[in-house]
Design a protein around this ligand. Structure first.
Ligand code: NAD
Length: 484
């Protein structure tokens, strides 16, 4: 243990902060400096058993509350979180290495908004009635049971709150398992629910790694639903484990999204939008556009403007308000990115910009790399088809609509994408031919929380967002009454 109480995180089970039964701890490192910033419980089967038992015990009374009562609890969580807005941003920036401005605008903002949004939806949830000539059908939504909520490191509280709010709002109780690499804001959320006096056992949290804590949580016999966001290979293991006991399952997995730029686009806005989509959060967003397809007529002009915009981004100290790019999550992740850049060179790619930033001594043990743009790769190359999940994009030329669609679909992933054109009819036509769950036209990551979110192919199974979340986190039941 570090000896500093603030840095020793604890599990949160049945309304109590407790040490792991294993007595073991993991180190949580600052991506920017490499320093240890917290010790995290390395929990095991017993910790998971205790948390699932607590959630199961809390289920009858929590699920018997009205939707309005539960919506009021979600609003209370939002109100309390809002008072910690700056703290969320500071902790998230420290734990993930992302710029503070991004942590504020995206992570802190969305975490509060997720609770408010689902409170409003659940408060206004109507019972559906389907009248027949001689009978009336009444569809009600019942909780599924105990939910396992497993989240990755790139958007820690943003994604956890996206699951917790609809899950408990619909009457389930939950056990959360955040990424062992970014546990700080999950801990803050537990302190928040504790401070507002949420009934004990409704939200529980077990820290730890995938094998020790994630795996026994997914396979636990009393867990009825699993909402998992993370990598595709982990998702496949989770799916196998959940399927054998027929758990309700939602998988939000990896992506290799294309940005398709037609020669009739508004070039200035497109360059800005595509730089943002390629490099937001150091390219560590599942929706990032890491394959940039440019129509041949504007290829040279686009590339020149794009590189100039990429090179103008300030990289370094995540706590500096002007920083646009921070550090990568871990040394292992940095090595993976470096390997892909080497593979790109072997595959015949030309590195148009990249390398390492020149930073002060304080950051010499952090995980840093400059935004990297690679041209001249074959569209079938590994770097053009596999998820790299870092500040690396590949640029490709296309001649016509048909070819752009073929390249965009030339990957095992199918999460998102963007299309840039002033011809909206063409934009919509092309969008419908792309095999993904989501496409933006002349924008990117323009989020309306009411719309479905999720992917096809190896990017996942199921949809969350708006009524799709409410449907996933509940069981619809039809009650048919015959008229006299
Ligand atoms: P990961 O799959 O390594 O880990 C995700 C979570 O799963 C972590 O909490 C981890 O501890 C846990 N885990 C690991 N093994 C497990 C197992 N066997 N059983 C249960 N849980 C286990 O992913 P990551 O590296 O944290 O995140 C990056 C990946 O997440 C990228 O592929 C990215 O595209 C994806 N992602 C997808 C979305 C989306 O909405 N589609 C959003 C964000 C990130």
């Amino acid at each position: 243990m570090t000896g500093d109480d603030e840095l020793n995180l604890l599990n949160y089970i049945s309304g109590k902060f407790i040490e792991p039964d294993t007595g073991e701890w993991l180190e949580d490192f600052s991506p920017a400096t490499g320093e240890v910033i917290a010790l995290v419980p390395k929990s095991g089967q017993n910790d998971i058993n205790m948390a699932v038992d607590a959630a199961k015990k809390a289920l009858p009374s929590w699920s018997s509350l009205t939707n309005i009562d539960r919506a009021n609890w979600l609003d209370k969580i939002a109100d309390k979180l809002e008072t910690k807005y700056e703290e969320i941003a500071r902790l998230e920036s420290k734990d993930t290495g992302k710029p503070i401005s991004l942590a504020r605008e995206v992570d802190a903002y969305r975490s509060v908004k997720n609770f408010r949004f689902f409170a409003e939806m659940i408060r206004n949830l109507d019972i559906e009635i389907f009248d027949m000539e001689d009978a009336t059908n009444r569809v009600i939504y019942k909780p599924v049971g105990v939910g396992a909520l497993i989240t990755p490191w790139n958007l820690p509280l943003y994604l956890l709150s996206w699951k917790v709010a609809p899950a408990i709002g619909m009457g389930n109780t939950v056990v959360c398992k955040p990424s062992e690499m970014t546990p700080l804001t999950a801990d803050l959320l537990m302190k928040t629910v504790d401070e507002i006096g949420l009934p004990k056992g409704v939200v529980n949290l077990v820290h730890g790694d995938g094998m020790g804590a994630g795996s026994p949580l997914v396979s636990h016999e009393n867990v009825s639903l699993v909402s998992f966001t993370g990598g595709t290979s982990t998702g496949s293991i989770v799916a196998k484990s959940a399927a054998s006991s027929f758990k309700k399952l939602s998988l939000e997995l990896g992506g290799k999204n294309a940005s398709i730029i037609f020669d009739d686009c508004d070039l200035e806005n497109t360059v800005k939008g595509v730089v943002r989509s390629g490099f937001l959060n150091q390219g560590q967003v599942c929706l990032c556009g890491s394959r940039i397809l440019v129509q041949e007529k504007i290829y040279e002009e686009f590339v020149e403007k794009f590189i100039s915009e990429v090179e103008s981004m300030k990289i370094g100290d995540p706590s500096d308000e002007n920083t646009k790019l921070g550090a990568l999550i871990s040394p292992q992740h940095l090595s993976k990115i470096e390997e892909y850049i080497e593979i790109a060179k072997e595959e015949g790619g030309t590195i148009l910009t990249g390398g390492y930033p020149n930073l002060s001594k304080e950051y010499e043990n952090g995980n840093w790399i400059s935004p990297t743009v690679i041209a001249d790769l074959d569209v079938n190359s590994r770097c053009s088809t596999e998820e790299i999940f870092g500040p690396v994009v590949t640029i490709h030329k296309f001649t016509n609509e048909k070819e752009a669609i073929e390249i965009a679909n030339n990957t095992r992933y199918g999460l998102a994408g963007s299309i840039w054109t002033n011809d909206l009819e063409k934009g919509n036509r092309v969008a419908e031919s792309i095999h993904t769950g989501m496409i933006w036209i002349n924008t990117w990551l323009h989020r309306d929380l009411r719309v479905p979110f999720g992917g096809v192919k190896d990017s996942g199974v199921g949809r969350e967002g708006g009524r799709w979340s409410l449907s996933f986190f509940s069981e619809a039941m039809n009650i048919c009454t015959k008229h006299k």
